[in-house]
Unconditional design. Structure first.
Length: 196
């Protein structure tokens, strides 16, 4: 009983931290905006989360926050890749295709960080802003930290998973459990020097 109570308290306590962290806008001038993928619907239509993340990143780009965007996400249940769907939307919203880079192999947050790191090094980046749903940002930031990046985060709040209370609770608690199951990610610290 005591163990179950401690575990439950730990999950919900961490969920509170995840929720508060995800609602804070931390975007600052950076070398690259990294946009993490979400599902693509049948017919190649961006899901609500994918659309919201992309539109938010495009707004940050138009504000001059960073000169480049990396769209990260592989092919899920429906083609094209999440990255390619984001690129199509971003270009329709006025972002030049030549400032965008695609990472199309990832299928998890760790994949996003690991595979995007190669591209970021090729671009000579040091500081990045990661864009995702609010509930996802603590794990996303820490995943990128594990690969040596100086990371700020920017939430895309206009998604059902954030606006609907029950969805928000479910996804936030799910993130807390994921973090507890991966303590190396949970305890990741900022690098002492940014990735080369």
């Amino acid at each position: 009983m005591v163990g179950a109570g401690v575990l439950t308290g730990g999950v919900f306590g961490l969920a509170w931290v995840v929720d508060r962290f995800g609602r804070r806008e931390q975007a600052a001038p950076a070398d690259v905006l990294v946009v993490l993928g979400a599902s693509v619907l049948p017919g190649g239509v961006p899901s609500g989360a994918l659309r919201a993340r992309t539109e938010h990143a495009v707004a940050l780009y138009h504000r001059g926050l960073a000169p480049r965007l990396v769209f990260s996400g592989g092919v899920g249940a429906n083609p094209p890749s999440e990255a390619r769907a984001m690129l199509a939307l971003a270009t329709r919203l006025g972002v030049p295709a030549e400032v965008c880079v695609l990472e199309e192999g990832s299928h998890s947050t760790d994949d996003n960080a690991r595979l995007t790191s190669r591209l970021l090094r090729e671009l000579g980046a040091r500081r990045v802003v990661v864009v995702s749903d609010p509930y996802h940002l603590l794990r996303a930031r820490n995943s990128f930290r594990r690969y040596g990046w100086e990371v700020a985060t920017s939430p895309a709040p206009e998604t059902v998973r954030h606006l609907d209370l029950f969805d928000r609770i479910y996804w936030t608690v799910r993130e807390a459990v994921a973090l507890l199951l991966h303590p190396r990610v949970l305890l990741a610290r900022a690098p002492t020097s940014p990735a080369p």
